[in-house]
Write a protein that binds this ligand. Structure first.
Ligand SMILES: [Zn+2]
Length: 262
């Protein structure tokens, strides 16, 4: 029996893609179901897999780039029309709370209209959140640091981007989100991982594979794979195979599922 399962709903990077959706990952973990990021067309992807709105316990957003939140509003409209009843906690960078609430009102998705209550819970870096048997810890990364340097100073805009450590009691999973440098992986790789879900758009593949090979990772799934990289996927596979040798790994496509057993 699988105690933890990842379904990749959207695996492309920030560029529009004819075959792949933007970032959205469904984790089924010891009775808790998390949707990590909600890139479009996440509502369609869930519907296509007959996943009822009430199955999802919480949404966790890594950062506010559109390829990670662009499907959120349609997701909520879909939950409304498909009859979600369960409260919906959305865990997110604090700077997103007011703007997302405003956009929901602007698109007529009023609190009083929805048959479920949405709560917005800002990430607190390093502070774990318990949902059922699962503990999720948001960890700040440097993905938005350069943007902060160029465009910072707007009130309320903090340029925060997070990776998540997810502990189920039986498994430890790291989800990188988008990162800024290889060093962002350090706090994730400092313990044994049953699964590393790792983005591939902002890291040099050779250095990444080498770093993973030195860590204690039982399985790696590479996501957020851009056009240029996918053109050379065979070469990348070869490179990963040589560097990672005994670590099972895969370059995920939309719909791919991974099951972790004890
Ligand atoms: Zn992204």
């Amino acid at each position: 029996m699988s105690l933890a399962q990842l379904t990749c709903l959207g695996t492309c990077d920030g560029l529009p893609d004819g075959e792949r959706g933007h970032s959205a990952y469904l984790y089924r973990l010891s009775g808790t179901v998390l949707l990590v990021d909600s890139g479009e067309p996440v509502a369609r992807q869930l519907r296509a897999r007959n996943i009822h709105p009430d199955e999802i316990d919480a949404v966790w957003l890594t950062h506010l780039h559109m390829d990670h939140i662009g499907g959120l509003f349609m997701l909520i409209q879909g939950f409304w029309l498909d009859g979600r009843k369960k409260p919906l906690p959305i865990h997110l960078p604090e700077e997103g709370v007011l703007v997302i609430q405003a956009m929901l009102r602007a698109s007529y998705l009023f609190d009083q209209l929805l048959p479920f209550k949405i709560s917005f819970i800002p990430h607190s870096a390093g502070q774990p959140v318990q949902i059922g048997l699962t503990k999720i810890t948001p960890l700040l990364n440097s993905h938005l640091d350069q943007l902060r340097q160029s465009f910072g100073g707007q009130p309320g805009q903090r340029f925060e981007s997070f990776s998540f450590r997810i502990e189920t009691g039986t498994h430890t999973i790291a989800h990188t989100g988008d990162v800024g440098s290889l060093q962002d992986l350090d706090p994730l790789l400092d313990r044994d991982l049953d699964l590393l879900t790792c983005e591939l758009s902002h890291l040099a593949p050779a250095a990444l594979f080498e770093k993973i090979s030195r860590a204690n990772v039982r399985r790696a799934v590479f996501v957020h794979i851009g056009r240029a990289l996918r053109k050379n996927l065979d070469e990348l596979r070869h490179q990963a195979g040589a560097a990672l040798n005994s670590v099972p790994h895969d370059f995920a496509a939309d719909g791919d599922e991974y099951h972790l057993t004890p």
